[in-house]
Design a protein around this ligand. Sequence first.
Ligand SMILES: [Zn+2]
Length: 329
Amino acid sequence: MAAPAKAELAGKDRSMWNVVDTHTDALLRLSDDAPRLLNDRHINEAGLRSGGAALIAFAAFTDAAAQGTPSLPLGLKLVDRYWRMTEAYADWMAPVASMAQYEQARAAGKVGALLTIEGGGILQGDLAVLRLLHRLGARMFSLTWSNTTELGCGCASPEDTGLTPLGFSAVEECNRLGIILDVSHLSDKGFWQLLEHSRQPVAASHSDARALCPDQKRDLTDEMLKALGAAGGYVGVNYCHPFLTNSGDVPAALEDVVRHIEHMAEYAGVAHVGIGTDYDGIPAAPKGLEDCSTYPRVAEALLKRGWAEEDVKGIMGENFLRLFAEVCG
Ligand SMILES: [Zn+2]
C-alpha cells in the first residue's frame, strides 16, 4: 500500500495509531504521596491523553546496586505506585493484564497501563515472588538489569556465564504463568540460552541495533534480531541516545530512531518491531520526540519514507499486542 497523501493524514485522528510503548520508567518519577504523571516528565498526563497512547508499560525497576535499596521492598513500592496511579486516573487509565482487559480499556476510551518488572533481583532468589508479582498484575519480566542477579548475567557483568539454574527455572515459570520474558539488558550468552529454553516468543522491550552502534552491548546484534523475529518475538526501539548514536556525546533525533527501526525491521522482520522508549529513564529524549505527546511523529516519519500504513500500525503497537495476546491471553 502506498503512503497516504499528506492531506489525508492530516484529517485522521492521531489515536488511529493505538500506540504501545513497551518500556517507561515513569513509576520511578512518581511521588509516594500523590502518584501523578506531572507535565514536566516524558510520560505526562497531557501527552498520554493527546498522543494516541493505547498501552503503556510501566516498569518497576528494581536493581538494588543501582539504587541503594534492597530490590524486593523497592520493587513492591513501585508496584504500589502503579496501582495507586491507575486508581487516581481511573477516569482515563485502566490497568491491563490481559488482551480482554486491553480491549475493555480501549472500548471505554481509556489508556491501558501494563505493569512490568525490570531486574530479576526483586525475586531475591525465590520464584514465589515471581508468582506473587503475577498475581499483582505483572506481565513482563527481565531476569536481569545490566548487573548480575541470582538468575543470570546482565550485559555489563564482567564475565558472561549466562543464566543460572534458577534463571532457567524462572524462564519455565514465566512460560507457565503467562509472563512475557524480556531480554533487554541480558548478557549475550543469557540471550541465546533464554531464547533456546523459552517455549514462548520473547521480547526485547527497549533495545536498539548493535550493527549501527558497535560499542553498545545493550543493543542487539543482527543475528540476535534475526533469531528473535524468527521465534515470533519483538523488539521495541529505545530512545536512549548512546544506544542510538553510539556516543554519550552525540544527541539523538527522530531520524536516528527511524534508522534503528528500519534496520531492526530488516533483520527481525517488519512484524516484530515496535516502540519501547525508556522515557523517564533516559537523561534526554531525542530531538523531535521530547515527550509522550510525540509518539505519532514516528508513524508520520515512516509514512513519509514510503512505509505501508499496515506496517506502520504494526510498529506503533500491533506487533507487541500480538505477542501480548499469545503469551498473556
Ligand atoms: Zn532499562
